[in-house]
Design a protein around this ligand. Structure first.
Ligand SMILES: Nc1nc2c(c(=O)[nH]1)N[C@H]1C(S)=C(S)[C@@H](COP(=O)(O)O)O[C@H]1N2
Ligand SMILES: [Mo]
Length: 431
């Protein structure tokens, strides 16, 4: 870290510069300044959750002390091989070859946080409020959700709207995601639709608004880091879940424990983590990261670097057709015949074909492509390619969806670096 630079980019740095402020921001709200040294209750539970075990000597942990397990990238406890882009807030992506499983294990599900993880993620005391333009506002515990609604399990794709931003030229500011801010884990929960139907959706509802329990980076309890929503029609589709399990276990703390929304096929930001409230509104929701240029793209093609007026931006809805090559790993040495495989998805649509090229796009061969295991899941594909002689090759993959739209070689630039669905290309060497 360059000295003389006042920006704080890691939790460890924050703790070393101002332990008391860091304690407040990371583990407590302003009124609970005494908690470290006698860290207890929800704060202790959270810290124990973050280090992955109870802390028998928490009583003697000094104020401002950051457990070694949380320092320098160990915010990735329970994650395997993720690349940490930033740890305040935590943002980490998964290299494509680690996304090879048909269903993404929790350890390889990316993390995209806009704020600080909540203090208290206790499933026993968690409540979800459903209010706004409903006939009967409700407050539901996780046990209520399980008892009152049908519990379903589905594999659902979540992709960050900014996945691929790193490849924009001129660069777009924001997390420099390459390829790995996408995952398809199995989620267990209840349908948002069933819960909203029980509450009674009133005439005139336009949009949902989602609220979570994470804290704004400033530590100000009155500010939300992010609160997005979806049009009511999307909210009422069958595969939008209020989930309390991820891959058959409690949700990972970084992925929204103990309760989150999963809105497959739309920007990941719609899938509110640490979910505490769904509020139905008669206007397009205007919470943090709904307005301005957040999760919006120009309504027309623009030149790279062009300034675009605010009113020319529109809210991103479905994510575009895209695919990943998860094996072989880029840079691999391979033989004459290589099995190439990966996943493909297109928000709210099916992928109908996946083609692979080994000659820089001159010719294409069609891969075997599975149907999605359920609507909203990515589709697995595989094919064998033959590399005719020793040398350097690139393998390119191109998905085509049910509307006949295929992935482009290069994408239209946009100011915030969203929706990069250009073809995935890897390099291999046949010895
Ligand atoms: N409460 C809350 N929900 C959130 C976020 C957040 O910062 N806070 N980030 C959103 C964004 S931008 C994305 S891409 C997804 C990422 O989900 P994941 O971290 O489980 O992969 O969560 C979304 N839900
Ligand atoms: Mo995101």
């Amino acid at each position: 870290m360059a000295s003389g630079d006042d920006r704080i980019t890691t939790v460890s740095e924050f703790f070393s510069r101002d332990p008391a402020a860091a304690d407040l921001a990371v583990f407590g709200r302003v009124a609970r300044a005494d908690r470290r040294g006698f860290l207890r209750g929800a704060g202790l539970a959270t810290m124990a959750g973050m280090v992955g075990a109870a802390i028998p000597f928490s009583i003697t942990m000094p104020q401002g002390y950051i457990p070694v397990a949380l320092a320098q990238g160990d915010v990735l406890t329970g994650k395997d091989g993720l690349t940490l882009l930033n740890d305040r807030p935590v943002n980490a992506e998964t290299p494509p070859h680690l996304l090879d499983d048909p269903v993404t294990p929790t350890s390889r599900h990316f993390i995209r946080n806009n704020g600080l993880v909540p203090d208290d993620m206790d499933p026993a005391t968690w409540t979800l409020t459903v209010d706004g333009m409903v006939d009967t506002p409700m407050e539901l515990s996780i046990a209520d959700l399980r008892e009152q609604f049908e519990v379903v399990t589905m594999a659902l794709t979540i992709e960050c709207g900014g996945n691929g931003r790193a490849f924009f030229d001129p660069p777009a500011s924001g997390n420099q995601w390459t390829l790995g801010a996408v995952a398809c884990s199995e989620w267990t929960g209840v349908r948002l639709k069933d819960v909203l139907e029980k509450a009674g959706v009133q005439d005139g509802v336009v949009y949902t608004a989602h609220v979570g329990a994470d804290m704004h980076l400033s530590g100000d309890p009155d500010k939300l880091p992010i609160s997005r929503g979806v049009p009511i029609g999307k909210a009422m589709t069958d595969n939008v879940l209020i989930a309390f399990e991820m891959n058959g276990a409690p949700i990972h703390p970084m992925n929204g424990a103990p309760l989150r929304l999963v809105v497959p096929g739309w920007p990941g930001s719609c899938s509110q983590k640490w979910l505490t409230r769904i509020w139905l509104r008669d206007i397009v929701h205007d919470g943090p990261k709904m307005t301005g240029t957040s999760y919006r793209v120009p309504n027309r093609p623009v030149e790279p670097g062009e300034e675009v007026a605010k009113e020319d931006f529109e809210i991103i809805e479905r994510m575009p057709v895209k695919s990943l090559i998860t094996s072989p790993e880029t840079g691999a040495s391979v033989g004459e015949s290589v099995e190439v495989r990966g996943h493909a998805w297109s928000g709210d649509r099916d992928v109908t074909a996946l083609h692979v090229s080994i000659d820089f796009g001159a010719t294409w061969q069609e891969a075997e492509l599975d149907a999605p295991v359920n609507a909203g899941a990515w589709q697995n594909w595989r094919t064998a390619v033959t590399l005719p002689e020793a040398g350097y090759y690139e393998i390119w993959a191109r998905a085509t969806d049910s509307a006949g739209v295929a992935q482009p070689f290069a994408i239209d630039w946009n100011p915030k670096g969203y929706l990069n669905n250009r073809m995935h290309r890897i390099a291999v060497r046949r010895g």
